[in-house]
Design a protein. Sequence first.
Length: 193
Amino acid sequence: MSVRGFGPWQPQIGADVYLDPTALVIGRVVLGAEVSVWPYVVIRGDVNRIEIGARSNIQDGSVLHVTHDSVYQPGGLPLLIGEEVTVGHQVTLHACTLGSRCLIGMGSIILDGANVPEGTWIAAGSLVPPHKSLEGGYLWQGRPAVRVRPLSDSEQDYLKYLADQYVKLAQQYQEGLDVGETGLGTNASSGVI
């Protein structure tokens, strides 16, 4: 696991966060309590900030990045992720906003300025184009993503269930790994708090 600064910024890592030894977290990144970051994830907050809310999970091979300040995008764009969000394997999130309790299916891509509100399910392999605002409470699917149908009560409950399961799985990993090897816990030199 590599946690490193960029310029004056150091990642801020909340309580009981699980960072896989192969994950990379750089710069202006805030990870809320009980977030889990799985193998080969890259979270690169160099030219803007990334914030990931409590109990969210970022699964294997996902790439998270931001947009810099320029004449084309004054102020740039951060990447903001709410609480209890499940980001599936090999997802690309670029300078977008995800509300709480969303599911982002495997292999999906969500681009600059897109807004995915609370309680949204993005089907595997979908593409949310730049600056697209979705409607919460629905399944979205396709390239580009289109609204398919409302989520059932059971599916809405499943979004919370997934987050709970990943918190439990991360705890199992933490209990089974040597703290010194993983960098878990308090380590001021790596920016872990």
